[in-house]
Design a protein around this ligand. Structure first.
Ligand code: SAM
Length: 238
């Protein structure tokens, strides 16, 4: 038997079983409908005319503030649900005073279910999400999460998801599910390395707090970058 402390390993047979037997998402979505009152909304002037990039679980938002300065032709919205980090993120927005950067304390799940408009996101960054290593919690991993069809609906055709983690299994699972279940095109997968789409060359010490910590400790980090095809099977949204 594997000791509890070891991280899970990538197991395609289990993933296939999960995908085949995933329960209805209705109950979950009904719960989040109740949460809609508090759902973060993206202001209209962030939706157009500039393309929108979203960061989910942004911590205090340092990475997206820097990216907003580097990309004044894009609008960047960072979401963070933790109370303390979310407050710091909101304060960072005020202090930065940038027209194209907004940090919001709130839950990305209710934001996406409530309706970030269809085809409105050019990029989604998910950097170092909680890996939910316990088997019984695996439905919380982003690629298995009931919110995923909403996220893909909000992504524009050709739009990207950039995911990084220190947990190899997490990135391997996301790669497998996004390619097989959702038909996304995998542009890059494996250990993190500089690439025009991941901005790593601009942040050699790490893009985020978690990434900096892992790199400082010499711990390998992994990533997957996927693209929504122009033609996507509509059944994935049901
Ligand atoms: C491990 S931390 C990584 C923070 C940052 N991305 C970094 O790399 O330093 C994961 C973050 O995701 C946030 N988070 C988890 N689920 C979320 C959700 N549904 N909506 C918004 N933030 C979420 C957590 O509160 C936490 O701050």
């Amino acid at each position: 038997m594997r000791p509890q402390s070891l991280p899970p390993t990538f197991n395609p047979s289990r993933i296939e079983w999960d995908l085949k037997h995933s329960p209805s998402h209705q109950q979950y979505e009904d719960f989040f409908k109740e949460e809609f009152r508090k759902a973060p909304t993206i202001p209209n002037d962030f939706l157009k005319p500039q393309s929108l990039w979203l960061e989910i679980g942004a911590g205090t938002g340092q990475f997206f503030e820097s990216m907003a300065r580097l990309h004044p032709d894009k609008n960047l919205v960072a979401l963070e649900r933790d109370r303390m980090r979310g407050k710091r993120l909101a304060r960072r927005t005020e202090e930065a005073g940038l027209k194209n950067f907004l940090g919001i304390r709130g839950n990305a799940i209710s934001a996406l279910i409530k309706g970030v408009p269809q085809n409105s996101l050019e990029r989604v960054y998910i950097l170092y999400p909680c890996p939910w290593p316990k088997n019984s919690h695996r439905k919380h991993r982003w690629h298995f999460h009931p919110v995923m069809p909403h996220l893909l609906n909000a992504l524009e055709p050709g739009g990207l998801i950039i995911l990084a983690s220190d947990q190899k299994f997490y990135v391997e699972e996301a790669h497998y599910v996004w390619e097989k279940q959702y038909g996304l095109e995998v542009l890059k997968a494996g250990e993190i390395s500089a690439h025009p789409l991941n901005a790593l060359e601009l942040f050699p010490g790490g893009r985020t707090k978690f990434e900096r910590t892992f790199l400082d400790q010499g711990q390998p980090c992994y990533e997957v970058i996927v693209k929504k095809p122009v033609l996507i099977d509509p059944s994935i949204f049901t």
